[in-house]
Design a protein around this ligand. Sequence first.
Ligand code: ADP
Ligand code: MG
Length: 331
Amino acid sequence: MSASEFEIIHDHFERHGGANRHDVILGIGDDGAIVQPPADQQLVVAIDTLVEGVHFPIQTRAEDIGWKSLAVNLSDLAAMGAEPAWFTLALTLPESSNSWLKGFSAGLFELADQYGIQLVGGDTTRGPLAISIQVAGYVPAGKALRRTGAQAGDLIGVCGNIGDAMLGLSVLMDEPPLSEISTDRLVASLNRPRPRVREGLRLRDLAHSAIDVSDGLLSDLGHLLATARLGAELDYAALPFSAAGRQLLQEVPQHLPQLLDGGDDYALCFCLPPDRLATLQARFADEPDVLGIIGRVTETPGVHCQDAQGKRWVLQASGYEHFRQEDRWAY
Ligand code: ADP
Ligand code: MG
């Protein structure tokens, strides 16, 4: 059954809307939303688009698309150390399928409710499936984390695993590099990334800089290092791979660069002065395993790592780039 634009908005988005926040003066229904940011806080605003066939495979379930569209945006707020508050949704659909919309909004609001973020407006149009979500969150004035600020001697930290989403994609593409792996968990890493919002808040006042790992660790760490022309020495034993990633490296050590370069993990990567490590660890006392220290910032440019066999790697980022010829039509 198909629905009109207004029925879609009312039935699938307006009725739920996510959290019912006191700082939303006017939500869905008017020409614009009105929100009341707390005094002395700054707003952090970010937007990300997901296009079918580019950001998720065509067979992806509507629930997972809804979840992931918001998750990738919450991950940007996390990387800024911001507390999620509101979002808007621009949805382009090839047809108005009620069952698809039901699934999409269920996945979307499942995540929205976990973070107390409210949908305050949007736009609904017809065309090839694409979802843009704009998020806004707040930080105390001057406290947002940025990509710039790394210094030689800083520790490099990561919250979350690296490489699982890439392994999940290879499972979906029917070319898993390993036979004995928990494929469901890897596919879930790809389809239902967990934004590291709480972790981002814990980095405030401590980290020199931070970024979320969306295009691959090597590429995103490269952004933290680039502005100051710094490099990194990574500690192989401390790299944040899951059991599946470790197993892959044991069998095929040459996969190290691909694992470090796979996208879609939505972990946080940050640079931390060593004398603040104890304070940060104390903030993570309830989940110490989430906090990984994977290396150090060096004055020598380039990212280096010595593996378990004693081989020294110079790691180059390739990262996904939309306008590079070989990266088109990823699925
Ligand atoms: P306008 O033509 O003035 O832009 P619309 O008819 O597009 O208004 O939208 C009507 C209301 O529904 C607006 O408040 C808009 O923010 C909201 N809206 C439209 N699409 C969505 C959506 N996909 N999710 C949430 N709110 C939406
Ligand atoms: Mg209008």
